[in-house]
Design a protein around this ligand. Structure first.
Ligand code: SF4
Length: 228
């Protein structure tokens, strides 16, 4: 399916030709419309509000009649977990929170090599207890949560959680260690642009490596951009 490279985006305008391989050519339009019925008023209201993600999740949960919210959190975001949990309680939800290390499963028990028990080979501190996204999901299932949220689970742990959670899941924070958990940030700024497109830099260089970029390069770039 060619959506990533599609320049027509006929699905958005609902007019004109569909490109070769377009999934729109085979979809059952009426089945899709049925599944979104009742959501349209809510969706247009929430778009107009341009609200932050946590507030949007709260609005969505209220719209869906959710009573009990589960949050599967990363231990690295414990403060954030507490703040969001308090906020949800203030909004009237029953909240169940479960940390990634629940079960205190020793890494050596699950076959992690001893060289990686406390720190990785590069010296990054990771501790001796394994994360347990399966247990996070099963515990929230046991509490019969109506909606679960992910708060900073690592890539892979999140997909395991999705797989085992009985309640639908909303991602509140996606773990991204280099961008303040804001993965889109490298796509929508100059650094991300350069990284993904490899466009020549304004000073003529064709290769770009943000880690090696010096302050003077940044000034040069800004100046060159301003000049036009
Ligand atoms: S669904 Fe079809 S028209 Fe829409 S972006 Fe994908 S290929 Fe393009």
């Amino acid at each position: 399916m060619p959506c990533a490279s599609c320049e027509l985006q006929t699905c958005f305008t609902n007019e004109g030709e569909m490109p070769v391989g377009c999934p729109e050519l085979n979809r059952d339009k009426h089945a899709v419309m049925k599944s979104t019925e009742g959501f349209l008023d809510y969706a247009s209201t929430i778009r107009e509000k341009e609200t932050d993600r946590i507030s949007e999740m709260i609005e969505y949960a209220k719209f869906k009649g959710v009573k009990t919210v589960g949050i599967a959190g990363c231990i690295g975001l414990h403060d954030e977990l507490r703040v969001i949990s308090d906020r949800l309680k203030e909004e009237g939800f029953e909240v169940n929170t479960v940390m990634c290390k629940t079960g205190s499963l020793e890494k050596k028990e699950v076959g992690v090599p001893s060289r990686n028990l406390i720190t990785t080979e590069t010296g990054y501190g990771i501790g001796a207890v394994a994360c347990n996204p399966v247990a996070q999901a099963l515990l929230l299932n046991k509490h019969q949560t109506d909606l679960n949220c992910i708060l900073g689970l690592c890539v892979g742990h999140d997909s395991v959680f999705f797989k085992h959670s009985e309640a639908p899941v909303v991602t509140l924070i996606a773990k991204d260690r280099t961008n303040g958990h804001n993965s889109a940030s490298i796509l929508n700024n100059f650094y991300g642009d350069n990284f993904f497109t490899r466009r020549p830099r304004p000073d003529g260089a064709t290769k770009f490596n943000s880690k090696r970029m010096k302050l003077i390069d940044i000034f040069r770039t800004i100046r060159a951009r301003r000049r036009g």
